[in-house]
Write a protein that binds this ligand. Structure first.
Ligand code: HSE
Length: 379
């Protein structure tokens, strides 16, 4: 296998190092705009040099971002090259375009590292679907937010300090807003649901509430009542549609998710024969992510061409039947909340059961009046 590596950042460097002693995998080119040491003779500034070399059969895209990653990947496939990528944003935004391009050009497109970092989550879904349908998936899919919530709750560290630590440790996205406001986990949920349900979800259809406004006082309240806060993505396939939502969620201190510390991820799916299966591991970081890129390369080298799932029809998202009680902290004196109070906690109220559709619609509107508002579903 002769490889062109697009990107030499945290993940790219890890992939390069893991492949260095693998005789059957030759990284012939590295596309990088800086001048890292030890790449003599491999460093190129233009993707054309890689795409025009017929000896390169596989391109590894670990640049991240949408552009020019999308253009480079499409050009690579059009040139007959297999593609392995860890880019969840690219997959979530261009799922239909990329999976069609791979099929039309008879090349492989693999992206296991895009969801769950070092966890073989997408390949587990792929294997499950050989025997049955997946009807539900749920989990902690973002290491940075888990690190922040866990560090706040267990060590009493402020949100800002916990975020800073996550950045120092290399878990956070270049712009950490993508982590704390939920875009990163949204990308992962969309790709997972598309694979799990043979679907085509649109990001804009999935309501998202992140953890930007959580405070230590909220954490204290949760701890005193035996709850633990996690940012959880959920999707459920029913009839002709899906419920899909991303929101801070209070789990019982004895639940599995509460035992997920630091930047670890825990993702589960439910299928008729296997029941619930959960996958735990490093969801971010240099070598865990590089590990799954290399696993994908080995699959491609072994001749695997098919994508994880067939491309399905666009599925509507409707969260009317996704009903929870919600913890809400706000400075607003709001008639909707007043009409739905079930309990009063020291820092906020707990609502009567509400659909995720109503709760997120209310919060979208209320945030304009109280930007510091925080809410979390009780599971
Ligand atoms: N920022 C991401 C996370 C990196 O924290 O999970 C891995 O996708």
């Amino acid at each position: 296998m002769v490889i062109g590596l697009l990107g030499f950042g945290t993940v790219g460097g890890g992939v390069y190092e893991m492949l260095r002693d693998r005789m059957c995998m030759d990284v012939k080119y590295v596309l990088c705009l800086e001048n890292p040491e030890g790449l003599a003779g491999k460093l190129v500034r233009s993707v054309d040099q890689i795409l025009s070399d017929d000896t390169v059969d596989t391109v590894v895209e670990v640049m991240g971002g949408l552009h020019p990653a999308r253009e480079f990947v499409l050009q690579a496939m059009a040139a007959g090259k297999n593609v392995v990528t860890a880019n969840k944003l690219l997959l979530a935004e261009c799922y239909e375009e990329l999976t069609k391009a791979a099929a039309q050009n008879h090349v492989a497109l693999r992206c296991t590292a895009a969801v769950g970092g070092g966890i073989g989550w997408l390949t587990a879904l792929e294997r499950c679907k050989r025997t049955e349908r997946v009807h539900e998936l749920t989990g902690i899919m973002n290491g940075t937010t888990n690190y922040i919530l866990d560090t706040m709750q267990t060590r009493g560290v402020s949100f800002a300090d916990a975020l800073h630590q996550a950045q120092e440790l290399g878990y956070a996205e270049r712009d950490p807003a993508a982590d704390i406001d939920g875009e990163d986990i949204l990308n992962k949920l969309v790709v997972s649901a598309n694979v799990a349900f043979d679907a085509l979800l649109q990001k804009a259809d999935v309501p998202v509430f992140g953890i930007r406004s959580v405070q230590l006082a909220d954490m204290q309240t949760f701890r005193e009542r035996g709850w633990c806060c996690r940012l959880i993505a959920s999707a459920e396939h029913y009839g002709e549609g899906v419920c899909a939502v991303i929101e801070p969620t209070l789990v019982r201190a004895t639940d599995m998710e509460a035992a997920v510390h630091s930047n670890f991820n825990l993702i589960s799916f439910i299928s008729p024969n296997a029941g619930k299966q959960s996958f735990y591991g490093q969801g971010a970081g240099r070598f865990p992510t590089a590990y799954n890129v290399v696993q994908d390369l080995l699959d491609v080298a072994a001749g695997k061409k098919a994508f994880y799932a067939p491309l399905g029809a666009r599925l509507p998202v409707d969260n009317d039947s996704f009903v929870r009680q919600y913890y809400v902290r706000t400075t607003l004196d709001d008639p909707f909340l007043s009409a739905n109070v079930a309990e009063i906690w020291p820092t906020g109220i707990v609502t009567a059961p509400l659909s995720a559709k109503r709760m997120h619609a209310w919060a979208d509107d209320a945030l304009e009046r109280d930007p510091g508002l925080f809410f979390a579903a009780l599971r």
